[in-house]
Design a binder for this molecule. Structure first.
Ligand code: R2B
Ligand code: URA
Length: 293
């Protein structure tokens, strides 16, 4: 077992009741009775928007005819719903945002599983999202490695010095997801993902209010990405993958629908209905996998 409590001193003091931990952005704390309700948690499903996670939670709730659909008390930062042993949670846009949700959700999972690492390791983590692609819109990309816009792994400054995280995703787990999605009407592919720190500048779009590269620079960057096996571009995966690898989780995946082919342009011009249809493909991949289990 690879998983390890990477902040043992603090988290175990919470479990022993020596201190209370506030999951501030969710309006919960480690002594809340409602944590007990989540002791059988099997998966955490994250997506950018609150509406999307609510819809997904309701879909899962109906599919499994569960009575309970519990909404976390505080929702002005993130929306979270627990039903049928799955926690559905929004993460907002970008790595600073998802990093906050992840830190608190990883603590939550540790507390509800009472620090049992074997049980914690069984919990599956998913990001269901949208992305720009180097493949056709409608395709779903499952991330094999999540890199920043400079093709390097996620990093943060710790006491002013760069700390780098691991960027690979668990291959065996990803292969199981692919296997359970053999009969989809759309393509499901594996590939590297770039998680950029902005939608416009770091994704080298030239349709922003500020464009810092030209068509040639953009195409060179996209071609370089394509050459090393990048299939899509979004804004959260390097953080998610880096944090979950830091603990050594073995079951996580970033599953994103492609909504624009960046080799053909920058604008996301699809209608709301088309966007919903494209986004739904990534959800279908998740449902197919969960139902195969
Ligand atoms: C995909 O879509 C969002 C930007 O529109 C961002 O959160 C992402 O990763
Ligand atoms: N999300 C992104 O971050 N980039 C895109 O091009 C589309 C969705």
């Amino acid at each position: 077992m690879k998983i390890k409590n990477m902040n043992k001193g603090y988290l175990d003091a919470v479990l022993r009741g020596e201190t209370v931990d506030y999951l501030y952005h969710f309006g919960l704390c480690s002594t809340d009775e409602c944590l007990k309700m989540m002791k059988d948690i099997k998966a955490v499903v994250m997506a950018g928007s609150p509406d999307r996670v609510q819809r997904m939670a309701e879909t899962w709730n109906k599919k499994h005819k569960k009575d309970l659909l519990f909404k976390f008390p505080k929702d002005e930062r993130f929306s979270a719903f627990y039903t049928g042993d799955i926690l559905f949670c929004s993460h907002g846009m970008g790595m600073p945002s998802i990093s906050i949700a992840l830190q608190e959700l990883m603590k939550l999972v540790y507390f509800v599983k009472d620090g049992n690492l074997e049980e914690i390791d069984k919990v599956m983590w998913f990001r269901i999202g949208t992305s720009g692609g180097l493949v056709a819109p409608g395709s779903v990309v499952i991330t094999t490695e999540a890199l920043r816009a400079n093709f390097k792994p996620y990093r943060l400054l710790v006491t002013g010095e760069e700390y780098s995280f691991e960027s690979n995703c668990p291959e065996a787990f990803i292969n199981k997801i692919i296997h359970s999605n053999k009969n989809t009407k759309f393509d499901v592919v594996k590939g590297k993902t770039i998680g950029a720190d902005s939608f416009y500048i770091e994704q080298n779009r030239i349709d922003g209010a500020i464009a810092l590269c030209d068509e040639q620079g953009k195409m060179e960057w996209l071609k370089k990405a394509e050459k090393i096996g990048v299939k899509n571009i979004e804004m959260e995966s390097p953080n998610m993958v880096g944090f979950l690898n830091h603990w050594g989780f073995s079951h996580f995946a970033v599953i994103c629908s492609v909504i624009v082919n960046r080799l053909k342009g920058d604008q996301v011009s699809c209608t709301k209905e088309e966007l919903e249809q494209l986004s739904m493909n990534a959800e279908t991949v998740l449902w197919n996998f969960l139902e195969s289990k």
